[in-house]
Design a protein around this ligand. Sequence first.
Ligand code: IPM
Ligand code: MG
Length: 368
Amino acid sequence: MSTPSLLILAGDGIGPEVMDEVKKVMAWFDDKRGLKFDISEDLVGGAAYDAHGTPLTDETMAKAQEVDAVLLGAVGGPKYDELDFSVKPERGLLRLRKEMDLFANLRPAQCFDALADFSSLKKELVSGLDIMIVRELTSGSYFGEPRGIFEENGERVGINTQRYTTSEIDRVARAAFELARKRDNRLCSVEKANVMESGILWREVVTKIGAEDYPDVELSHMYADNCAMQLVRTPKQFDVIVTDNLFGDILSDCAAMLTGSLGMLPSASLGVPMANGMPKAMYEPVHGSAPDIAGQGKANPSATILSFAMALRYSYGQGAEADRLEAAVEKVLADGTRTADLMQKGDGTPATTSEMGDAILKALTASL
Ligand code: IPM
Ligand code: MG
């Protein structure tokens, strides 16, 4: 078997510095667990724009299509705010998602015991929280046509189109049902069937798949606005949530904040199986490029390190090593090592990005 490949796209802002810590973790797995990766690196987002005038070159896109997995840092920053829409850093990310056809975006919102106090909700509402949001990532209003800004009756009109085909709903729903089976066997499908035809179709398709192929999974339906409310009211009522691209964007930010620590949350974007049987995949932290703290050694590398753990699990068939890495991160938190985002005023001196990485390496070594 050839060495599994990984393309690192560190991107902008804190992306490169958190990625440095992931590289240390990869070196540890190579050295201590004999897990070798054929690692290549390239530019995405503003960094790619600065070098090439585009947020993602065709060469980088082609490379992403060939590797076993892509690990992305973050894109964007105020420096690029004035750029034309077509070359904004985010366009690079959206092109990767669309052209790799990464239709199932897994966004876990897990509350680490040691961090329950950081939630904006009461501790008892969030301690032990473990939700998985499955967001459709390649369609809906992010990509639907027609789109654009047009002239109409003497004024301008901005148009985006919410559009879902049955096959697009079908494949993401199946991914969510499968995940629910591996968890607490409960799936909540979210749309606005009360006002949107795309929501009516969504509900019909999900209901049919559930009845025909997943009768063992407890399926419920919820309108997106109610879901937002329920997430902040009693978040632990949810196990797996499946929803469209735009609702998923919004609800996953809401769920992430419940955990109190955006700096801890990874994500996986999965597509159809490749020749080796593993899905096409890209992994990235849920947080953004945090330009305000970039380059200062303040960023928390945990979300990106945990994204690599998801890669070990979903792309490299190394579930036990993924467990080991996740346990190491939890141990570091339980032992009290904290980057600035996990501290409150008067809590003492925060760990730097690299100190956090080193603490995770130490916990990994202790796990042997
Ligand atoms: C996300 C982000 C992206 C999105 C942006 C950066 C394009 O908010 O991954 O949730 O809207 O999908
Ligand atoms: Mg978002």
